[in-house]
Design a protein around this ligand. Structure first.
Ligand code: FAD
Length: 468
């Protein structure tokens, strides 16, 4: 084919996992080729995931905070939303980052080949560039092909009123009445955005709580707040049918008692999870096994069954998070470059950037109970944090789980504004094997939300003297 290339390390997919792996391998002296289907580098996270959603969540936060200041003596006039302006800003943030990646690739002499890549043999990928094919051969390969949204058989995905997170982030218009199908992190972040923009929101979730991975007490402050703001939140309820009509999408719900009811929406966001892209790569031609769900299994060095082929990111399993993909990407690149490295992180924090933010890392209480792990907890309610009250918010909670035998911290759940940033301290504490005294004797700046970690450790020790 036109312009065949060879890479000592070839990376398939340029999301956070792929670009981290490519850059690391190049920095370690390898000749690297990065294959990406789309013209813009950065994968889901930069183009249609983490980054555009966080830009929109910032806009949502400004809208709700100004609205809520009305109760504290400052009122603003009703905001004028210029969707074109907002979209341009969000797209600009994405462009700045993806353009930056292209520059970083160039600096490192990472060759980017654009097109859809598929394996044709154990050392060969064929890339369909749109106007021909290019053959990319490799000594070692890192598969980082990511994931895409799950589609539901009974939902008319070809109706333009049905969108996934990518469609919702396009910001075409502000629907009057929107159904969020799936109450996980992505669905609830999108709900938060469209609620702030003025849509009436209904959320439907099959499980008995929103954000099923997190402890119920940590999700509760969010559930309470959005329960007041949104039209409806249906738990233990499934959607069984969606009928496109002229005036809207008629949705049939069924609750856990088998009762059915219907409602009509002008937009449905389907956010019921993501499927790995493993099944689309002809990986078996390279001798790499893909399971029936499309995942590729790897060992602690990110190696597939073929020792010269690695896999990382959403493609290798849960949690499907960018920081996990990045970490795995670096591990794979270092191992491929002959360094001793393995994936040995103790915790991978999860964060929902909703309002309030919900974050957890390490063991949850639910998991501890299920696994029979002995634990004791220290819980600090933010209603007793001066900083939280001065933000006009009192619903937050910081919960630390400890091993009662040695007082080491083994898990954390947090809810409240900025919980996603605050949790990093406890992630470090868990990685370092810190105990309650380490957290309670570290002087935290006052008044900050970070003190809630200090206070939760003191609650566990029973030494707390002042709640402020
Ligand atoms: P991806 O980012 O999925 O990238 C894979 C890349 O491979 C894509 O660019 C794709 O085009 C390319 N590709 C696939 N197959 C081929 C092929 N055959 N040939 C060539 N190229 C191919 N995570 C967080 O940690 N924090 C967040 O705040 C967050 N927010 C999110 C919000 C939304 C709306 C969504 C959808 C996801 C969010 N995520 C978040 C998840 C995060 O985006 C993913 O975990 C992350 O992007 C996974 O990285 P990855 O490298 O595995 O793959």
């Amino acid at each position: 084919g036109q312009g065949d290339v060879h890479g000592e390390v070839v990376v398939l997919g340029s999301g956070p996992g792929g670009y981290s792996a490519a850059f690391r391998a190049a920095d370690l002296g390898k000749k690297v080729v990065l294959i990406e289907r789309y013209p813009s580098l950065g994968g889901v996270c930069l183009n249609v995931g983490c980054i555009p959603s966080k830009a929109m969540l910032h806009a949502a936060k400004v809208l709700t905070e100004t609205e809520e200041m009305g109760a504290h003596g400052i009122s603003f006039s009703k905001p004028k939303i210029d969707l074109d302006g907002l979209r341009d800003w969000k797209d600009g943030v994405v462009k700045q980052l993806t353009g930056g990646l292209a520059g970083l690739a160039k600096q490192r002499k990472v060759e980017v080949v654009q097109g859809m890549g598929k394996f044709t043999g154990p050392n060969m990928i064929e890339v369909d560039t749109g106007d021909g094919t290019r053959t990319v051969s490799f000594d070692q390969c890192i598969i980082a092909a990511g994931s895409e949204p799950v589609k539901l058989p009974f939902v008319p995905h070809d109706d333009e009123r049905v969108v996934d997170s990518t469609g919702a982030l396009e910001l075409r218009d502000i629907p009057k009445k929107m159904l969020v199908l799936g109450g996980g992190i992505i669905g609830l972040e999108m709900a938060c955005i469209y609620d702030a923009l003025g849509s009436s929101i209904t959320v439907v979730e099959l499980q008995e709580q929103l954000m099923p991975g997190a402890d119920k007490d940590i999700v509760k402050p969010l559930a309470t707040r959005i329960g007041k703001r949104y039209d409806n939140i249906y738990l233990k309820t499934k959607v069984t049918n969606v009928e496109p009509q002229k005036k809207g999408l008629k949705v049939t719900f069924e609750d856990d008692k088998g009762e059915t009811f219907t409602d009509t929406f002008d937009r449905i966001l389907v956010s019921v999870g993501r499927v790995p892209n493993g099944a689309k790569l002809d990986a078996e031609k390279a001798g790499v096994a893909v399971d029936e769900r499309g995942f590729i299994h790897v060992d602690h060095q990110q190696r597939t069954g073929q020792s010269h082929i690695f896999a990382i990111g959403d493609l290798v399993g849960q949690p499907m998070l960018a920081h996990k993909a990045v970490h795995e990407g670096k591990v794979a690149a270092e191992v491929a470059s002959g360094h001793k490295r393995a994936f040995d992180a103790k915790v991978i924090p999860s964060v929902a950037y909703t309002d309030p933010e919900v974050a957890w890392a390490g063991l949850t209480e639910t998991e501890a109970k299920k696994q029979g792990v002995k634990y004791q907890k220290g819980v600090f309610p933010w209603a007793a944090s001066g900083r939280s009250l001065s933000l006009g918010r009192s619903e937050g909670v910081t919960k630390l789980l400890f091993d009662p035998d040695d007082d080491r911290v083994i898990g954390v759940g947090m809810v409240g504004p900025a919980a996603g940033d605050l949790i990093a301290e406890v992630a470090l504490a868990i990685e370092m094997g810190s105990d309650a005294v380490d957290l309670s004797h570290t002087i935290h700046p006052h008044p900050t939300l970070s003190e809630t970690v200090n206070f939760a450790a003191e609650m566990y020790e029973g030494t707390i003297t002042d709640l402020m």
